[in-house]
Design a protein around this ligand. Sequence first.
Ligand code: THG
Length: 290
Amino acid sequence: MAENLTTVISSKTQTVEINRAKPTIIIGERINPTGRKKVLKALQEGDFEMVREDATSQVAAGAAVLDVNAGVPGADEPALLQQVMRTVLEVTDVPLCIDTADPEALEAALSLYEGKALVNSVNGEERALGVVLPLVQEYGAAVIGLCMDDDGIPETPEQRLAVAGMIIERAGALGIPPEDVVIDPLALTMGADSNAGRVALETIELLVEEFGVNITMGASNISFGMPDRKYINAAFIAMAIRAGLTCPITNPLVTEVITAVLAADLSMGRDDYGMLWIQAYRQREKAAQG
Ligand code: THG
């Protein structure tokens, strides 16, 4: 059994420690025009109010980190991503998870960012490794490694583990330590493949056993196309936390999901005296009373 590693990320004023013995770190998913049509429309219209609101509300609901994505088709992504980041920084100073597939946008974002960012993401493709890892090293960031490579997304947990191992090794060769590599086992859609959940959960277990690395996941992906997604997401995220997930990318505004995360942490002995659970309960009560 590998030792549980600690990933530290930071903003100008805040530090977040990700470790399996500590409460789950929620990375807020909502600032993402690729995953949310409303955000796409707002950004296309040059309206940043929604970004501001999504930043504020997600942090209030328990996000310790915010994912920022500016993938708008046809847009100047380096400039737009910087503008989205500046907007977020107007209202909150939690560390950011920089979500882009465009190396120029990544470099623009890293050069603007003050602190240690989480780069989302690199995968095992030779081209991605060659471009993204040197930037991660240069800017002293941490990075999410996706369990896929030039052959696509492996079907079995063992194959995904092997891709993760390769990414960790390639990062290490550049001086990026394993604690700065957060692995994403890949949550695919259960509606398209009913084994998607099981494969993700088993991959997490292998990653914990073999490497002790921190683990993220686009946890809401799992329920795409299904009705009543929130119940699936809540059950799945609790199971994934038991398996070893430490920093899910998800929507903390969904009560079923945030309560499942808090209940999972409480059940795992990561919430001393249930203080986090009670605090969240009081906050919901207060909000309900208006
Ligand atoms: N791994 C990593 N990063 C990721 C993902 C991943 N980043 C993007 C994505 N996947 C995670 N983010 C989201 C964002 C939104 C939704 C799901 C995953 C989502 N969106 C709408 C909703 O809230 O119902 C869909 C409809 C809409 O508003 O247009 O579910 O896997 N490393």
